[in-house]
Ligand binder design. Structure first.
Ligand SMILES: [Zn+2]
Length: 473
């Protein structure tokens, strides 16, 4: 997050009044409510993900493999994703799917082999190369790390992404397309494949819409571009927010939606592109605002009061014991009787501290700020006559917190503004078990990470407070 110095606050407060009166939001047609017990129309489930028990090996030939468990998982995932495209490419794109010519397994710690002109020595990666029509993966470090630290669905997602590039190539969508567009499309295709698995249509794999998709989103988060990468850089994959968005489009709307992703569409939507040069991005991302700083708290309060114009007295931020929550570790809570938001400042500073290599850390400043903002939205909901407890309230809270984030994108309306990487911190927070951004007044989190992120993005992308009340009621 970024803060501006004192005198600009006065100027921008004045400017924001003009902005607000000049831009009263109108919303055409009431949005359809979103069922909190579902993920894009499928029931929330928490069962196992990965290969179904007792499934026979697909037996695809793999060059360079060691025949171990991770190679089997990878090769079977490739077989499954290819089956998906064999079924769907003709129906949607009127084209037969040609299977990949080559699959290569390598160990990044080994001596290396040359694939498409690149040595695999030290290459902790998975990739598609159109020259040899090959999908290759690092069985030494990348895939075992993904499986051990996240889960098998992370491995499925990475291979589905690489085959997504092969599909692009086959459809002729890859030529002269900026890197970010190709990557967004591949993430979107990953979503459409995993939808098919989640619907129970894959003979080999399963994925649960709760825990399983959380694994997928976590994988997309962990292999996002770091905040220093500008979205038009060669090789840009997108930040976590954009990657997760593309995945969700594919999961929700299918592969035809993915092919609508082009340069203009990405430019209009990308949250990575709006922040200027790579050097400026890196510098801004390195700033991290501590929430126990009195001025930072006051800026946060100002931004919330500007985003939500309450008729009643706005709640005050105070330190104190949690109020009315059922989870022990809620770092902020809204007390409707006292109209206060009680903060555990030490805890918030802890999660507001970015992780450092090899050391314990939290998430980053925006996670802490957004947790507090989420509690403020409960006062907004109360004034609007909404229930404050239950899963719908948790969804609405995530949506309104996303809306608040949209009001501080460019810092035009106040002293607080988003830095590159902030929205990724929101994603990281929403993928934790006790996300407050997507929790009701009692601190109970919406079950599926997918649904939490989708609700947050609804508020952020629409930039409309009314949308949150309409879709989440
Ligand atoms: Zn890619």
């Amino acid at each position: 997050m970024k803060r501006r110095s004192g005198w600009t606050i006065l100027v921008s407060l004045f400017a924001s009044t003009l902005f607000l009166t000049g831009c009263a939001a109108t919303v055409g047609g009431a949005a359809q409510p979103v069922d909190p017990t579902q993920v894009a129309g499928l029931a929330v489930s928490d069962g196992p993900s990965g290969l179904k028990p007792g499934v026979l090996d697909a037996g695809l030939p793999v060059t360079g493999g060691d025949g171990g468990a991770i190679d089997k998982l990878a090769a079977n995932a490739v077989a499954d994703v290819q089956r998906y495209w064999r079924e769907h490419l003709p129906a949607i794109f009127d084209r037969e799917f040609q299977p990949l010519a080559n699959l290569v397994s390598y160990d990044s710690a080994g001596r290396g082999r040359v694939i498409c002109g690149t040595s695999t020595a030290g290459l902790v990666n998975a990739f598609y190369c159109s020259g040899d029509d090959v999908v290759a993966w690092d069985r030494g470090e990348l895939l075992p790390m993904l499986e051990d630290s996240i889960g098998p669905a992370a491995v499925m997602a990475v291979l589905a992404h690489e085959i997504g590039h092969a599909v692009q190539f086959r459809l002729g969508l890859a030529a002269a397309t900026p890197s970010i567009v190709k990557e967004q499309q591949a993430d979107c295709y990953t979503g459409s494949y995993l939808r098919w698995v989640a619907e129970g249509k894959s003979p080999m794999f399963q994925v649960s819409t709760g825990r399983g998709l959380n694994e997928v989103l976590t994988a997309l988060f962990q292999i996002r571009d770091s905040a220093g990468v500008a979205f038009d850089d060669d090789g840009a994959h997108g930040n976590a927010f954009d990657r997760v968005s593309a995945f969700q489009f594919g999961f929700t709307d299918g592969p035809a939606r993915c092919s609508m992703i082009d340069e203009a569409e990405v430019e209009g939507r990308s949250t990575q592109g709006g922040f200027g040069s790579a050097a400026a991005n890196e510098e801004a991302a390195a700033e991290n605002v501590r929430l126990d700083n009195r001025e930072a708290l006051s800026d946060l309060t100002t931004s919330l009061r500007q985003a939500f114009r309450l008729a009643a007295t706005p709640p005050t931020l105070t330190t104190g014991a949690a109020c009315g929550v059922t989870t022990e570790d809620a770092l902020a809570s809204y007390c409707s009787e006292s109209n206060q938001i009680n903060l555990d400042l030490d805890g918030l500073v802890r999660i507001g501290t970015p992780p450092r290599r090899g050391r314990q850390g939290g998430i980053g400043d925006f996670a802490a700020f957004a947790e507090v903002a989420s509690r403020y939205t409960l006062a907004v909901q109360q004034e609007g006559g909404f229930r404050l407890d239950g899963p719908v309230a948790a969804q609405r809270t995530a949506c309104l917190t996303g809306f608040w984030a949209s009001t501080i994108v460019d810092g035009k309306r106040g002293s607080l503004s988003l830095s590159p990487g902030d929205l990724d911190e929101a994603i990281a927070e929403m993928l934790t078990q006790n996300s407050l951004i997507a929790a009701d007044v009692r601190g109970r989190t919406l079950p599926a990470g997918f649904a939490r992120v989708a609700a947050f993005r609804d508020g952020f992308s629409s930039g409309s407070q009314a949308t949150c009340g309409e879709k989440y009621r």
